[in-house]
Design a protein around this ligand. Structure first.
Ligand code: ADP
Ligand code: ASP
Ligand code: MG
Length: 406
C-alpha cells in the first residue's frame, strides 16, 4: 500500500510526541508500505508566530506574514526527519516549495494549483520517506504562500492524490469524527464511516476537525481519508463515498461556528441590482459571505442581512458604510456576538419535519433564532453566541445522538 500520513500540531507538539509519531511511521514501513508524511507546526506555534507579527505591525504585509508562519512547519518536518534518520530510516524533509506545491498568489488563503514533478513518488518507491511541511507552497514567482488555518490537511490530501496513495491518514488528538465536537458534548459518539458530502457540510459549517478544502479535494478525486488518533492505536473514522452500509439516521451530527458576525444594511431603495451592488464590493475584497436574508420590500425599501467570518467583520462594516451613502440606504448595523448551529445528515433527504423539530428544540431551550438557511442535507440557524453550547447539547440529545447509557 502507498500511504500519506498527516500529523497535526499535537502529534508533533514536543520531542516526545515526535518520537511517538516516528514510531507510527516506522510501524507502517515495517508492514511493507510506502509512506510519505505531512506535518503541521508544533501546536500553538502558528498562533505564537502570528501574535509576534502583530506586535511588530498592526497589519503586517501578507507576503511577510506567510514567510513567517510557514517556518513553524519547517521546524517540525526537520525534527521528524532527524528522528527517523537516527533510527536508520531514509527520511528527508521538504518545504512546500521543495516538494513542488505550486499555489496561486493569494497570501494566507492560497489554493494549490498543482504539485510539480513526481520526485516524491520516486523517493517513496525507493523506500525513502519524504517528510513534507503542510500548510504551504510557493506561487509562480517563488513567494512563500500559506493555505489558511488548518491547511496541512489540504496539503496531505493533495499529496496523496498526486502520488496515487491508497489512503490519506490524518492523525490528530481525537480518535475519530464525532457526532459533534467532543470538547463541548462529552456524550458525542464516534462515527465509523461518513460520506464526503456530509463531512464537507460538517467541515464548512464549523467542525474544524478537517479543513473544508481538504474534504472537497478528497471528494473530487475519491481519496479515502482515515481520521485517527496519534495517541491511541485504534481505528478512527473513514471518510468515503456514500454507500449502503452507512447508517441512515435522520441527523448524523451537529456542527457549530462561533467565528461569524452579522451585518444588516437597512432601508435600501428596492430596485433590480441591489443585491449585486451590496455583494460586489464584498466579493472583490475576497470576503466570503455566508448566510444571506433579504426582507420583503416595504414601500419600496428593503433590508439585507448577511454573515461574514469575524476576521472580516471590520473591513466589511467599512465597505457597507460607504455603500450605505452611495446607495442612499438608511443605516448599517453589525453584531459580532452571534454563532451558527447546524444539523447535518443525508438521512434528511427522506425525512420530513426535521426543520420543525429543530425549531421546537431551540424554542424549548429558550433560544431565539435570528436567521435560517437550509440545503438538502443541512439546516443552519444563526443565534446569539452565548447560547451556542446550550443549543448544541439540546439538539444533539433531541436527535438521539447521545451515546447510549449516558
Ligand atoms: P490538528 O492540530 O491535529 O489538525 P485540530 O485541532 O485541527 O487538530 O482538529 C482536532 C479537533 O477538532 C479535536 O480536538 C476536536 O476538539 C475538534 N472537533 C470539532 N468538531 C469535531 C467533531 N465533530 N469530531 C471530532 N473532533 C472535532
Ligand atoms: N499550522 C497551521 C495552523 O495552525 C496549519 C495546520 O496546522 O494545519 O493552522
Ligand atoms: Mg487541523
Amino acid at each position: 500500500m502507498r500511504i500519506v500520513q498527516k500529523f497535526g500540531g499535537t502529534s508533533v507538539g514536543s520531542l516526545e510526541r515526535i518520537r511517538k509519531t516516528a514510531d507510527i511511521v516506522q510501524a507502517e514501513l515495517a508492514h511493507g508500505n510506502q509512506v510519505a508524511v505531512v506535518v503541521s507546526a508544533m501546536s500553538g506555534e502558528t498562533n505564537r508566530l502570528t501574535a509576534m507579527a502583530r506586535e511588530v505591525s498592526e497589519q503586517p504585509a501578507a507576503r511577510e506574514l506567510d514567510a513567517l508562519i510557514a517556518t513553524g512547519e519547517q521546524v517540525s518536518a526537520a525534527l521528524l526527519a532527524m528522528e527517523l534518520q537516527q533510527r536508520g530510516v531514509s527520511a528527508y524533509s521538504y518545504s512546500g516549495g521543495q516538494a513542488g506545491f505550486i499555489t496561486d498568489g493569494s497570501h494566507e488563503r492560497a489554493r494549490i494549483k498543482n504539485i510539480e514533478g513526481n520526485h516524491l513518488l520516486a523517493h517513496m518507491q525507493s523506500g525513502e520517506v519524504p517528510v513534507v511541511t503542510g500548510f504551504q507552497g510557493v506561487d509562480e514567482r517563488g513567494n512563500v504562500t500559506t493555505l489558511g488555518r488548518g491547511g496541512s490537511d489540504t496539503s496531505a490530501v493533495a499529496l496523496a492524490i498526486s502520488v496515487h496513495a491508497n489512503v490519506c491518514e490524518i492523525y490528530t488528538d481525537v480518535d475519530g469524527i464525532y457526532t459533534t465536537d467532543p470538547r463541548i458534548v462529552p456524550t458525542a459518539c464516534k462515527i465509523k464511516r461518513i460520506s464526503y458530502e456530509e463531512m464537507l457540510e460538517f467541515a464548512s459549517l464549523g467542525a474544524k476537525v478537517l479543513q473544508t478544502r481538504s474534504v472537497e479535494l478528497a471528494m473530487r478525486y475519491d481519496m479515502p481519508l482515515h481520521l485517527r488518533s496519534s495517541f491511541e492505536p485504534v481505528t478512527g473514522t473513514m471518510v468515503v463515498q456514500e454507500d449502503e452500509t452507512m447508517e441512515r439516521a435522520t441527523i448524523s451530527g451537529v456542527a457549530y461556528n462561533r467565528d461569524e458576525a452579522k451585518i444588516t444594511i437597512m432601508g435600501i431603495p428596492d430596485q433590480p441590482g441591489i443585491a449585486a451592488n451590496v455583494f460586489g464590493p464584498v466579493a472583490e475584497a475576497g470576503i466570503n459571505v455566508d448566510v444571506i436574508v433579504q426582507n420583503v420590500s416595504e414601500q419600496g425599501y428593503t433590508d439585507i442581512t448577511f454573515t461574514v467570518p469575524c476576521g472580516d467583520y471590520q473591513s466589511t462594516m467599512n465597505i457597507m458604510r460607504s455603500l450605505c451613502k452611495q446607495m442612499d440606504a438608511r443605516d448599517v448595523k453589525g453584531d459580532d456576538s452571534i454563532a451558527k448551529v447546524s444539523v447535518v445528515g443525508v438521512g434528511m433527504r427522506s425525512h420530513a419535519g426535521v426543520a420543525k423539530e429543530m425549531f421546537d428544540v431551540l424554542a424549548n431551550a429558550g433560544v431565539n433564532i435570528q436567521m435560517i438557511t437550509t440545503s438538502e442535507i443541512k439546516i443552519t440557524v444563526v443565534i446569539e453566541e452565548k447560547y451556542i453550547e446550550l443549543a448544541v447539547r439540546a439538539l444533539h440529545s433531541a436527535f438521539g445522538l447521545d451515546e447510549e447509557g449516558s
